[in-house]
Design a protein around this ligand. Structure first.
Ligand code: G1P
Length: 288
């Protein structure tokens, strides 16, 4: 079955980016002039997704406004002959069929995904977390959809993470079945390095069979007192195979300050109007 629906949880409080996230969703942090969530929605669309459910919460209105029509702004741009900007703004609101569901309380990522159950209506679906931008010719979500098409199994994208970072991730234990693909033997949310089964971390791209919702309804509160998606995946693999895939691509963890800066620099270097000036500046910084 082709996967046409995706869930983008964007209800998190963004505590790692306080104070700016006090009045601005972390998903709207700009990589120069484009918010992170724009890249995440673009990845979903480039992967063949047609219907996107964004899970929002308190203080997330800016996300809805960003993807909505902006009649006054459009009229102004049209009147003042700023056609290039007008096109840009119109393209954004025409990007996708977006739906919003509000998570009333921040009860965790697992709870956020569960809010989408009714809209998903029993189909396999993708989940893209709003913190990561992943660059690759074949989008990461598409890579997972292709594995799901081949195996019929849920699949999560993983990457080798530095040992001192394992306590930030869902960490897997896997049995290799082919190059880059493992059958999931276990997954632990944010373990200490001593308890981590490996250094392969779930990076925020998933394709699930709909049975994940049954698991999400049964899990108790986990790490941080929250309902954890990782704990539901752990249950799911007891009743059906789940795969972990070492995806192809470059990931920017824009949920961390360093990853965010790396994304800004790399994306800046790709812009013709910024490349030379930025390069000169970086050389100066290195020779300081
Ligand atoms: C979430 C998940 C975690 C995953 C991570 C990827 O954690 O709970 O399993 O590895 O995203 O970014 P968070 O970053 O929301 O704390």
């Amino acid at each position: 079955m082709t996967i046409k629906k995706a869930v983008i949880p964007a209800a998190g409080l963004g505590t790692r980016f306080l104070p700016v996230t006090k009045s601005m969703p972390k998903e709207m942090l700009p990589i120069i002039d484009v918010p992170v969530i724009h890249y995440v929605v673009s990845e979903a669309l480039a992967s063949g997704i047609e219907d996107i459910i964004i899970i929002t919460g308190r203080g997330k209105r800016a996300i809805e406004d960003y993807f909505d029509d902006a009649p006054e702004l459009e009229m102004h741009l049209g009147r003042t002959g700023k056609d290039e900007y007008l096109r840009m703004v119109q393209e954004i609101s025409a990007m996708a069929d977006l739906h919003y569901i509000r998570q009333k309380e921040p009860l965790g990522l697992g709870h956020a995904v569960l809010q989408a159950e009714k809209h998903i209506s029993g189909e396999p679906f993708a989940v893209l977390l709003g913190d990561d931008i992943i660059k690759n010719d074949t989008p990461c979500t598409r890579q997972l959809i292709d594995i799901h098409a081949r195996t019929g199994c849920s699949v999560i994208a993983v990457e080798d993470v530095p040992p001192d970072m394992v306590s930030n991730y869902g960490i897997i234990d896997g049995l290799p079945v082919e190059p880059s693909l493992c059958r999931l033997a276990d997954i632990v949310e944010k373990p200490s390095i001593e308890d981590a089964p490996s250094t392969m971390g779930a990076i925020g791209r998933y394709v699930f069979n709909p049975e994940i919702f049954d698991c999400l309804k049964q899990i108790p509160k986990g790490v941080g007192g929250e309902l954890q998606l990782t704990d539901a995946i752990r249950d799911l693999k007891n009743s059906q195979d789940v795969y972990a895939y070492s995806f192809r691509g470059r990931r920017y963890d824009t949920g961390s300050a360093l990853g965010y800066l790396e994304a800004i620099i790399d994306f800046g270097l790709e812009k013709d109007d910024l490349h030379d000036g930025l390069m000169d500046y970086l050389k100066k910084v290195v020779s300081r």
